[in-house]
Design a protein around this ligand. Structure first.
Ligand SMILES: [Fe+2]
Ligand SMILES: [Fe+2]
Length: 295
């Protein structure tokens, strides 16, 4: 498919996009699921934690479903081979690994939960949402949207890690959070390179940020939670009595604990504001975000 000519053209070979060479000063060897000692989990510390059961299991579903998005995204950026190949060679594998690791953790702590069966029913509904039409037709704005998604996952795993006092889980959530930060950095870098070629105005960037941010609050997590709830079986029978009650509690917990400062700092990056302006507006936006999230 030919890209629309009003978009930046794919880079010539001599100026092809390269991923950031450093991650916060050094390149750490990437972690692997098989290196995590699931037998060392302190099960007593976590198995009675209903909030973590729902949060971890729903996250394992969404991460495991990433390959549907990855195929669509790689197709969307087919005219930018460096982006397309990073998506399929690195990003997709890392997102899927998040799903595999979270699933392994959930199955180790709550072995009677029928993960595969619950996932299959989740995926039947979720896969309907993962169509190319959901992506922004302007590749620059889709990169902005990806920055929002990666900000969301970074903040989410950061929050989950704060809620965990089980060492194996804390380690795992730390690994995933670092990957999400790295994904954000890649999407931001690709966006900046396209912006250099053919800039899109700040008003459109702001609109794309806002649109994707609004979507983050809905759909994905709600669908995942509903299918976890439907298959939880004997777990947490004596606790929340309705799905709505549980979901409300989970949303409140997450909103209360989300690191607004971190999220706002990341979200403002695609605006490419002069550092002085960014510094001036960050604090009032943070206050506003904290107020909005606590509703
Ligand atoms: Fe992920
Ligand atoms: Fe990610």
């Amino acid at each position: 498919m030919q890209p629309n000519l009003s978009y930046p053209p794919p880079p010539r070979r001599s100026e092809q996009l390269t991923p950031p060479s450093k991650t916060e000063g050094k390149t750490a060897p990437h972690w692997r699921v098989q290196d995590i000692d699931f037998s060392a989990i302190d099960r007593a510390a976590v198995q009675g934690n209903e909030d973590l059961f729902f949060l971890l299991t729903s996250a394992s579903f969404i991460e495991t479903g990433s390959d549907t998005y990855a195929v669509n995204l790689a197709e969307h950026f087919a005219a930018w081979p460096e982006i397309a190949s990073w998506l399929s060679a690195q990003w997709e594998g890392e997102e899927l690994q998040h799903g595999t690791a979270l699933r392994a953790y959930v199955e180790a702590v709550w072995p009677a939960f029928p993960w595969q069966q619950a996932y299959d029913s989740f995926f039947a509904e979720y896969s309907q949402l993962c169509t190319v039409e959901e992506l922004d037709p302007d590749p620059r704005l889709e990169l902005v949207a990806r920055c929002v998604v990666e900000t969301g996952t970074t903040a989410y795993y950061h929050t989950l890690r704060e809620l965990s006092d089980e060492p194996v889980l804390s380690q795992l959530l730390g690994n995933i959070r670092n990957d999400e930060v790295n994904h954000f950095k890649h999407f931001l870098k690709f966006f900046k390179e396209m912006q250099n070629e053919s800039p899109v105005g700040r008003a459109r960037i702001a609109k794309a940020l806002y649109r994707r941010l609004k979507e983050l609050r809905e759909s994905d997590t709600e669908i995942a939670l509903r299918h976890v709830w439907g298959h939880k079986g004997r777990y947490f029978k004596g606790s929340a009595t309705t799905f709505e009650g549980m979901a409300q509690r989970i949303y409140e917990l997450i909103s209360r604990s989300l690191p607004a400062d971190l999220a706002v700092r990341m979200l403002l990056k695609p605006m490419l504001l002069p550092p002085r302006v960014e510094g001036l507006i960050r604090t009032p936006i943070c206050r506003l975000a904290t107020r909005v999230m606590s509703y």
